[in-house]
Design a protein around this ligand. Structure first.
Ligand code: BES
Ligand code: MN
Ligand code: MN
Length: 462
């Protein structure tokens, strides 16, 4: 494997430069003003795949942003790895809080990244992690070490719920035939503690609208006699959790699979404590569902959070107004065996039931996603385990994550394929936040680990 490491170190500067070029294009999938940049990014990914040695590389149109596909079939008798990643990014807002412009990548040292980290929107989620696969592929091609067939599927809509990918999977089951899905879009515990994510939470995301009077009113002339939609919405939201931070929606927990005491004891071995959260986030104390640790609250338990709330006057100075409408965006993270459709329905029924007669409410569902758990007893996971162990010199710890990648459950449902979540980011890399970054160490550790995965996956599949 030293020829692989040699190739990587000889090309280090170029591997970074190419990632920088990708990071300079603002491929914000949520905002149609950036559609040209999203398309341009797909074009760049396509060209890089061709240069790395992939065949049949194409930009596949979908109902939304395009998907980039490419493959290298070296021997039909070898196993095939389908690599999934996304080239779209979250909006950079709030832009004022970035120390450097979000689409002008720069390397700076941090406490957790003494070798430097690349600061840019998408550096970790997911351009940096996705591009590790392109560079690992190039490395395997150039050193003649590719041990499996490989297919790439790099999408442009992950950050907006992968709404058109489901149809793409249905339409392309033959083309996407493989033995396992490999994804780097998650993280490790820290740079000395490798881990593999073995679970993703599901998601139900919706927007609520509360309407009171038919127009905005003078808050002196009418205040006191008319229900204020912001006051009412606040009370309704507050009632969705009780004093133990238990969600009060009837039926919400009915399908939740409680994990065993043994599994909880296993989880508690991970070096993540309440203190980890308190220190790294400057909290006075942690808060969450009674009876669970912070790690459990963010992985094996479902949650409900307001992501945004607005209404009334928010400009400079004071304006006395009793608004006609109030809004909130609410997400619920789900765990096996909850169904996002069912939870969305339960939420809607409950939200309408608790609304006082003085207001009308509307619930508009956005995207959803099914929870996923990767079994640790199959060759895909085992190959990742060995690869991480070789690369870090330490066995990785399996941990369930709190985030969501909605397409992962559909890979299993539609293609019958399990996903290995071999990510290299850190929770502190600030994905979706200002000053997102990705460790230079992590970028190259990923490029080094991926070929080991192919080697072990081929060996274990024999
Ligand atoms: N890569 C993340 C998900 C993630 C990050 C999972 C770290 C586990 C650890 C992904 O890009 C993401 O942000 N997903 C969204 C869901 C999507 C529907 C917008 C999320 O989890 O909020
Ligand atoms: Mn991602
Ligand atoms: Mn994301």
């Amino acid at each position: 494997m030293s020829e692989i490491n040699n190739y990587i170190s000889e090309n280090k500067e170029r591997f970074l430069e190419e990632l920088f070029a990708l990071l300079r294009v603002p491929s914000i999938s949520a905002d149609s003003a950036y559609n040209t940049d999203v398309a341009k990014t797909a074009e760049i990914v396509k060209n890089r795949l061709v240069e790395a040695g992939a065949d049949n590389v194409e930009i596949c149109p979908t109902g939304g942003h395009p998907m980039v596909y490419g493959e290298k079939i070296i021997d039909p008798n070898l196993p095939t790895v389908l690599v999934y990643g996304h080239y779209d990014v979250q909006p950079p807002d709030p832009i004022d809080l970035w120390d450097n412009p979000p689409f002008e990548p720069i390397i700076k040292k941090t406490d957790l990244h003494p070798e430097g980290a690349i600061f840019a929107r998408g550096a970790c989620d997911d351009k940096g992690q996705m591009y590790m696969h392109v560079k690992a592929f190039e490395t395997m091609m150039q050193t003649n070490t590719l041990a499996c067939n490989i297919k790439f599927m790099i999408e442009g809509e992950e950050e907006v719920g992968s709404e058109n990918l489901e149809q793409f999977l249905h339409d392309n089951t033959e083309k996407l035939k493989a033995d396992v899905i490999l994804i780097s879009d998650t993280g490790i515990i820290d740079n000395n503690t490798p881990s593999i994510m073995v679970g993703l939470r599901g998601l139900s995301y919706l927007e609520v609208e509360v309407t009171g009077p038919n127009r905005d009113l003078h808050s002196g002339l009418y205040g006191g006699a008319v229900g204020n939609p912001i006051n009412i919405l606040s009370k309704m939201i507050a009632s969705l959790t009780d004093e133990n931070n238990h969600i009060t929606i009837p039926g919400f927990y009915d399908k939740v699979i409680e994990i065993s005491a043994e599994e909880r004891a296993e989880m508690a071995k991970a070096p993540i404590t309440d203190d980890t959260y308190i220190k790294s986030l400057d909290l006075g104390a942690v808060e969450g569902e009674k009876g669970y640790s912070s790690l459990e609250r963010t992985s094996i338990r479902p949650t409900l959070d307001v992501n945004g709330i607005w209404g009334g006057y928010i400009g400079e100075g004071a304006k006395t107004v009793l608004p006609s409408k109030a809004f909130a965006k609410i997400s619920m993270r789900l765990v096996p065996n909850q169904s996002d459709e069912e939870i969305t329905q339960l939420f809607s029924n409950h939200f309408e039931a608790i609304a006082p007669d003085s207001v009308k409410v509307k619930v508009n569902p956005h995207h959803g996603g099914t929870p996923y758990v990767t079994p640790t007893n199959f060759v895909g996971y085992q190959a990742a385990h060995k690869a991480m162990e070789d690369a870090f010199g330490k066995a990785p710890i399996p941990v369930r994550g709190g985030g969501s990648i909605p397409i992962v459950a559909l890979f299993e449902e539609i293609l019958g394929l399990k996903s290995v979540l071999m990510g290299f980011g850190l929770d502190s890399d600030a994905i979706h936040s200002p000053n997102e970054h990705y460790g230079v160490f992590n970028y190259f550790k990923g490029i080094e680990t991926i070929p080991l995965f192919y080697k072990h996956f081929a060996d274990l599949s024999k």
